[in-house]
Design a protein around this ligand. Structure first.
Ligand SMILES: Cc1cc2nc3c(=O)[nH]c(=O)nc-3n(C[C@H](O)[C@H](O)[C@H](O)COP(=O)(O)OP(=O)(O)OC[C@H]3O[C@@H](n4cnc5c(N)ncnc54)[C@H](O)[C@@H]3O)c2cc1C
Length: 504
């Protein structure tokens, strides 16, 4: 690679260039799209990544105890099985390394422009291409793939007085490893999927841990184990074995959907979670405060064997009164109790339903995605949006999951993207977008499937719901149904504009 090209990749030098396909983000989605493009012989694409390394979620979340909660045999690319997972649920360093290895081994790295933050992308109707403004320079692209992540922007609660806090405060997704927690008094705000993983790790180290819980979560046992070296050798020698393990996990997890669909069945899952809680927390008063009053699955189910026991330790206090204010050296709850703390750690999750990139992507006529959505994201097949030609959103509206691997969904969407690009190439088309009636029918179908599920009838207000109260986050059915519907492009659902005219 020339020095100029090297400097451009490193983000030190702007470049003006056209590419056939621009991908924003290098997590599972962006890398998966890039790998599949290369496997089809496509080399004319660029990945814009604002950070200095690939990996997305698995680069940014390095908090103690960070791991996946879907078994790794399934939570990985179908085309890149990894026989070397050391545990059934891999820890973050292994998943990040897996993604870096995939980027390297599948020849994707030369396509990545690191430290290139995409600031704005605007559809140019006359040139039939996307104009992309990055922190380093301007680009144009025939198609735009939004792979910027559904869980990549940490959500910070607005706490009165936080700006005056004199101790250390950080979000779990931006863990401050330079801060020594040993012997400190720590407030943890939030009890979601991340807190459940880091609380048991820091509890033995800190002197005092005040855990601020707004709503208790359902916690299921985590059937985790180490893979023996012999087992890993078997997976390497007989890949069919690993494929079979993956298929088994997939089928087992799909069964959970039945519980989400049929509330009576969810009571079975609930019984397992209640027994888990009873065994871990003998004190009935503490247990009562940790028992959710909504149907299991309504909010994300958490899996952990050591979270609940950690809450019974003498240095831990569960606070359910809510935070009223933060002072220079303390946190005050709504009952007026002031607790002196050295650090505040936010386990408050991510901005999911108000996708940050939606403000910066402008379709035909200059409307942003955010404006087009009006508070409730909608897309055809969760992937394409009328008025936004040649835009493909990976992990778009209603593609999230509460029970199994989103990599499965991402791969289905990537096949749709490839189908669309092939179709356009074959027909010499410049632009493709879903017909408004096809999109409306699909969204209505999703809403119909959603009705009566635990996510709408489960009696909770979760981060799955947008500000209009609609669940625009989750796919409300078996995932194979999504794949069957999405992986193939049906040209009848799309409107193509114009033959290719230069540039596009
Ligand atoms: C702690 C944690 C554990 C999880 N565990 C599981 C699990 O067990 N199973 C499961 O199915 N899912 C899990 N998830 C969900 C997880 O986010 C997805 O599985 C998956 O990693 C999402 O990949 P992605 O590529 O869509 O997004 P991300 O991994 O978030 O990647 C997005 C990338 O886009 C980049 N980017 C964003 N905006 C811009 C911009 N403007 N310009 C340039 N680059 C930009 C970001 O820097 C990032 O690299 C977990 C999430 C978290 C946070």
């Amino acid at each position: 690679m020339s020095q100029d090209a090297e400097e451009t990749r490193a983000g030190r030098r702007p470049e003006r260039a056209h590419t056939r396909i621009a991908i924003i983000g290098s997590g599972f989605a962006g890398l998966g799209a890039a790998i599949r493009l290369r496997q089809r012989g496509e080399e004319d694409f660029i990945i814009f990544e604002r950070a200095a390394e690939v990996g997305g979620t698995w680069r940014d979340n390095s908090y103690p105890g960070c791991a996946c909660d879907v078994q790794s045999h399934l939570y990985s690319f179908s085309f890149a099985p990894n026989p070397d997972w050391t545990r059934s649920y891999s820890p973050q360093p292994e998943i990040w390394e897996y993604l870096r290895r995939c980027a390297r081994d599948f020849g994707v790295l030369p396509h990545v422009r690191f430290r290139h933050e995409v600031r704005e992308a605007t559809w140019d109707e006359s040139a039939r291409l996307w104009r992309i403004r990055t922190s380093v320079g301007d680009y144009t692209a025939g198609a735009l793939v939004l792979a910027s992540g559904a869980l990549s922007e940490p959500r910070m609660p607005e706490l009165p007085g936080l700006e005056n806090f004199k101790g250390r405060a950080f979000h779990s997704a931006r863990w401050d490893h330079s801060y020594e927690l040993k012997g400190r008094r720590v407030a943890v705000i939030g009890t979601g999927a991340s807190a459940v993983q880091f609380v048991p790790e820091i509890q033995p180290v800190v002197s005092r841990l005040h855990l601020f819980q707004r709503t208790p979560a359902w916690v299921m046992p985590r059937n985790e184990r180490r893979f023996a070296a012999a087992e890993r050798r078997m997976f390497r020698r007989f890949p069919a074995l690993q494929r079979a393990a993956r298929a088994g996990i997939y089928l087992f997890r799909e069964l959970f959907f039945l519980g989400f669909r049929h509330l009576p069945l969810s009571r079975l899952i609930r019984r397992v979670a209640l027994r888990h809680l009873r065994r871990a927390v003998p004190d009935p008063q503490l247990r009562a405060r940790l028992t959710p009053d909504y149907a299991i699955g309504c909010k994300r189910i958490l899996v952990s064997n050591d979270y609940l026991p950690a809450l019974t330790r003498p240095n831990v206090e569960l606070v359910t009164a809510g935070v009223a204010e933060v002072r220079e050296h303390s946190v005050v709850d709504r009952e007026g109790v002031e607790r002196p703390v050295d650090a505040i750690i936010f386990g408050t999750g991510f901005r999911v339903t108000d996708q940050p990139m939606a403000k910066h992507v402008r379709g035909r006529g200059g409307l942003t995605l955010e404006e087009a959505w009006g508070g409730s994201p909608r897309a055809h097949l969760g992937t394409t949006v009328n008025g936004f030609p040649n835009l493909f959103i990976l992990m778009g509206p209603n593609t999230g999951l509460g029970h199994t691997s989103v990599v499965y969904m991402i791969e289905a969407q990537i096949e749709h993207l490839l189908g669309a690009l092939d179709y356009m190439k074959r027909r010499g088309l410049a632009a493709l977008e879903p017909r408004p009636e096809a999109q409306a029918a699909y969204v209505a179908e999703v809403d119909r499937r959603m009705a009566g599920t635990v996510w709408t009838a489960g009696g909770c207000a979760s981060w799955y719901l947008d500000r209009t109260g609609r669940n625009s986050t989750l796919w409300p059915d078996f995932t194979w149904r999504f794949r069957r519907r999405v992986a193939r492009l049906d040209p009848a659902e799309y409107v193509a504009s114009g033959p290719l005219r230069g540039g596009g």
